[in-house]
Design a protein around this ligand. Structure first.
Ligand code: ADP
Length: 586
């Protein structure tokens, strides 16, 4: 009615509220309104009645059976007579519950989106189809130090690096024109410091159900650190390239388990005769260029690479293209794990090897050449001594005996030289027989004690004969201990004793030779077992020697399956420890 009272509702309205007409007529329907909507609805109604304008409101109505509310859109318009007087209001009430729920969902999802956009570490933006920015997250405003007025639309572009401006704008235009995914790297100005940082910008179009682009959704990620790393990587790669191309040493890059050569520099190719074509065809690998005898050496080098990332340089040989062998000094560094990549370095070692061979040949020849006249000299001396004795001439006897002693020394030296060259050539021979080490050591100490009365040789830990027997070459083993004891005496001038003790266990025999002499500096302890190496201390230098003894000793010990180590304190003395396994198969 014109006064606002309800005088008719249809059946559907009764169904919606599950109420009878009596309960709905006049103002009765109001009791079904949601309390929160009552006031607003009243006000709008009053307003429409007063202004006689269209009435429109959204409210919730209760179903009296279930007590559940649903959203409705209520509209009413006035009906007038010829005179223009309102005779009644006709209204409709439409169920909009589903629409409301959908709207709510959108609202929630939009809220989620905002939260997300504000939490991610990137700049987040949405762009209208025409390319103007409609939203930027707070992170952007914090970085640029700008306000929405300054940045929205096209404003943000003022923060682009001048050198990136054109490129970026063109790229954007292209994306908007084609609808293609947009991705570009550019620099943006930090509002705080005025410096530029690199960003990776990406944007993708959001389309409606008809396929039209409704907006673009984009992010900008700070990649300054990544860029810096990339740059550092590029520079280091350039440096490596320069090193490889320098061709001072042969360099190869080997990949995978097979160690296929995937790259080789000119120096390597020049040394070995292989070609870039051989490398490119991937037919060269470590096994192919390694001689079979060297394979175990390479295997242990590889093992070292696996454990420590690189291996100590080894002296080895490379099989060249023409089948010849080239002596090289080779090193390797693990470059990458998956796939495994090793960088190999190779230095042509042939000149040094040749020199070494010449030296070995010289030593071998010289020792043979020296031995023959010496042997005859010794024979002649003996003969002369006998003749003079027979004739009863005794004046020359002391001189002759000194000659014999010196001859013996010379013989020993030449013998050592011969041993060294035999070891070098792999021709030092050994007998295999049971050796009673205990008895052997006693014999040696007795002899040495007579020659060197200056020191007392103390032997400890002697055990029952038979307990210390092992298989080996008695002369060579004798040589080992003669040498160690002689050194102990020689390098402990002023000391009174040299001790030797013998220890046996179930499976090993250990002999220690201890002196109270000069000692050996830590850094020289490994080297003294090398050929011709002599310690460099000023005191040591005054003591004569050629640096062959310990080399021969170490070789003999090794050939008997044993080990030798040294422990020492400079100025206090040294202890050499030799250990042999007891149960060696004959
Ligand atoms: P040589 O004694 O002829 O020089 P060796 O091979 O027997 O050669 O010994 C190598 C070096 O080791 C010696 O020059 C010496 O400096 C050092 N050395 C060996 N034994 C001892 C020791 N008992 N005490 C101190 N230094 C030693």
């Amino acid at each position: 009615r014109p006064d606002g009272r309800t005088d008719y509702v249809n059946q559907r309205f009764c169904d919606m509220t599950q109420a009878d007409f009596e309960h709905l007529q006049d103002y009765g329907w109001r009791q079904f309104l949601h309390p929160e909507d009552l006031e607003r609805t009243q006000a709008l109604r009053q307003c429409s009645l007063a202004t006689k304008e269209l009435y429109e409101v959204e409210y919730r109505l209760r179903n009296s059976q279930t007590d559940e509310y649903r959203w409705f859109l209520a509209r009413a318009y006035p009906v007038r007579d010829e005179a223009g007087q309102i005779t009644k209001w006709v209204g409709t009430c439409t169920d909009i519950e589903e629409q409301k729920q959908a709207e709510q969902k959108i609202k929630e999802s939009e809220e989620n989106w905002r939260v997300l956009a504000e939490t991610v570490p990137q700049f987040v933006l949405t762009v209208r189809p025409d390319g103007s920015v409609e939203y930027l997250n707070q992170r952007w405003y914090d970085y640029s130090g700008s306000s929405p007025e300054q940045s929205l639309g096209d404003g943000w572009r003022q923060f682009l690096h001048p050198d990136d401006y054109e490129r970026t704008v063109a790229h954007q235009r292209h994306a908007h024109a084609t609808g293609e995914l947009y991705e570009i790297e550019y620099r943006l100005k930090d509002g705080q410091t005025g410096t530029y940082r690199w960003f990776l910008a990406r944007a993708m179009p959001v389309r409606d159900e008809t396929g039209h682009i409704v907006r673009w959704f984009g992010t900008s990620t700070d990649i300054a650190d990544q860029k810096r790393t990339e740059e550092a990587l590029r520079q280091s790669q350039e440096r490596i390239r320069a090193l490889i191309d320098s061709n001072i040493i042969g360099i190869t890059s080997n990949e995978g388990e097979e160690e296929v050569l995937v790259e080789a520099n000119e120096a390597f190719l020049h040394m070995t005769g292989y070609t870039q074509e051989d490398v490119r065809s991937r037919t060269l690998n470590r096994i192919k260029i390694t001689s079979p005898e060297q394979a175990p050496l390479f295997q242990s080098a590889l093992q070292e690479v696996a454990e420590s990332g690189q291996h100590t340089p080894i002296e080895t040989e490379i099989v060249c293209k023409d089948g010849s062998r080239l002596p090289v000094l080779a090193g390797g560094v693990a470059f990458q794990d998956h796939p495994r990549q090793i960088i190999g370095f190779m230095l042509d070692n042939s000149a040094r090897k040749e020199l070494e061979q010449r030296k070995d040949a010289f030593i071998s020849m010289a020792s043979h050449e020296l031995k023959t006249p010496l042997t005859s000299l010794q024979l002649q001396t003996q003969l002369l001594a006998k003749q003079l004795a027979r004739q009863g001439i005794s004046d020359a006897a002391p001189a002759l005996s000194r000659m014999q002693v010196q001859g013996k020394r010379l013989e020993q030296l030449i013998g050592e030289l011969l041993d060294v060259s035999k070891i070098q050539a792999g021709r030092l021979e050994y007998t295999q027989e049971p050796v009673d080490l205990d008895a052997l050591l006693r014999e040696i100490t007795d002899t040495l004690q007579q020659i060197h009365p200056s020191h007392t040789l103390v032997v400890r830990g002697a055990v029952q004969t038979g307990q210390t027997s092992l298989m080996g070459d008695p002369d060579r083993l004798g040589q080992v201990f003669t040498n160690l004891l002689s050194n102990a005496i020689k390098y402990s001038p002023g000391a009174q004793t040299v001790e030797m003790d013998l220890d046996t266990s179930e499976d090993a025999v250990t002999v220690r030779v201890r002196d109270h002499g000069l000692g050996i500096p830590q850094e020289q302890r490994d080297k003294i077992f090398e050929r011709f190496y002599r310690a460099t201390g000023p005191r040591q230098r005054t003591i004569p020697g050629l640096g062959m003894g310990l080399y021969i000793v170490a070789e003999i010990v090794k050939q008997h399956g044993g080990t030798i180590t040294v422990d020492s304190e400079v100025g206090r003395g040294s202890t050499f420890t030799v250990t042999f396994p007891r149960k060696r198969e004959a």
